[in-house]
Design a protein around this ligand. Structure first.
Ligand code: SF4
Ligand code: SF4
Ligand code: SF4
Length: 306
């Protein structure tokens, strides 16, 4: 009997659902094993049919998201937090820095937006006070961060949840799949706002460009640094970063770059702290990041906004 799979799309960009469709022939292989009973980008199913596996994209941002997530938990045997938004809040988690009222004021300019005097278009679901990773609302059985996750890892995760085969997912960072080499350099300056560098074979950090590969879980096979762009950390924090309360992006990257280049560690720390909205963006609203004793993201963002 085929396993039944249901998917739902909360506050996210839909990119994770497109990634499922992008599985191409791997999706066809899966179809032999599964029956998709609910997939918002592929079929018009508004209910929540019973399923063996539920795949949830996006974070909880609205009352609708919370309701849909609870329905998924009720109707699915196992639930997969699919993508960085589901696991850590993702890019929309940047709203955690400001709160609901400030965001509504910014988006709607404080003006009413319908004839009844509402500030939110009539019928729209009310916003939660902040962006909430989904495991703060319901129990999650597996996590697959990535923005979106690479097809190789999607196929592994789904086959594991279906009980078809279990392949351990690597706990390594993006550096483990990167073809660039870290080496000591002289004369490099801190490149602020840069995501590329001249030497295609040398680590970005050795060239003074902030790359988050060493603090990011590899769920992409180092796609960006291998194609000339520094890692932005979209797959979320590395295992070290999650486990150790005193480690954070700022301290780990600054120490490594300072060791390689001789650029003062404090200069790099100050830069990363000042651009915290960018460098912490994918996990800002998760306690994995804001709960660290060495991290004060809201204060850093407020300071940077002055
Ligand atoms: S994890 Fe990335 S691709 Fe997936 S919904 Fe969030 S922003 Fe989109
Ligand atoms: S820090 Fe970035 S460029 Fe350097 S090895 Fe790691 S992923 Fe590659
Ligand atoms: S290299 Fe970094 S930014 Fe690029 S896809 Fe991988 S985790 Fe995301």
């Amino acid at each position: 009997m085929k396993a039944r799979v249901s998917t739902e799309w909360l506050s996210g960009c839909s990119g994770c659902h497109v990634a499922i469709v992008d599985l191409h022939e791997k999706l066809l292989n899966l179809v032999d094993d599964v029956e998709f009973v609910r997939v918002p980008v592929l079929m018009d199913e508004k209910g929540y049919p019973k399923a063996d596996v539920g795949i949830v994209e996006g974070a909880v941002r609205s009352e609708h998201d919370r309701h849909a997530l609870e329905k998924m938990r009720e109707s699915c045997g196992k639930l997969l937090a699919f993508g960085t938004c589901a696991a850590y809040g993702g890019p929309s988690g940047i709203g955690w820095l400001y709160g609901r009222d400030a965001i509504l004021a910014k988006a709607y300019g404080g003006n009413v937006s319908d004839a009844k005097g509402s500030r939110v278009p009539g019928g729209a679901s009310k916003l939660e006070e902040s962006v909430i990773p989904i495991d703060e609302v319901v129990k999650i059985d597996r996590y697959l961060p990535g923005c979106p996750p690479h097809p190789y890892f999607i196929a592994i995760a789904i086959r594991d949840l279906l009980g078809v085969e279990s392949i351990p997912l690597s706990p390594m960072t993006v550096c483990s799949e990167c073809g660039r080499r870290m080496k000591k350099t002289e004369g490099a300056k801190l490149s602020k706002g840069e995501v590329s560098a001249n030497d295609p074979e040398t680590c970005f950090l050795s060239q003074g460009v902030v790359c988050l590969g060493s603090v990011t879980l590899d769920r992409c096979k180092a796609q960006c640094p291998n194609k000339g762009v520094a890692c932005a950390g979209c797959a979320g924090p590395s295992v070290d970063l999650i486990r150790e309360p005193h480690l954070d992006i700022r301290s780990m990257v600054a120490k490594r770059m300072a060791m390689l280049t001789g650029i003062p560690e404090q200069e790099i720390r100050d830069y990363i702290q000042g651009e915290a909205k960018t460098f912490y963006s994918y996990a800002l609203s998760s306690p994995v990041m804001y709960g660290k004793p060495t991290v004060e993201l809201r204060e850093w963002a407020a300071e940077a906004a002055k």
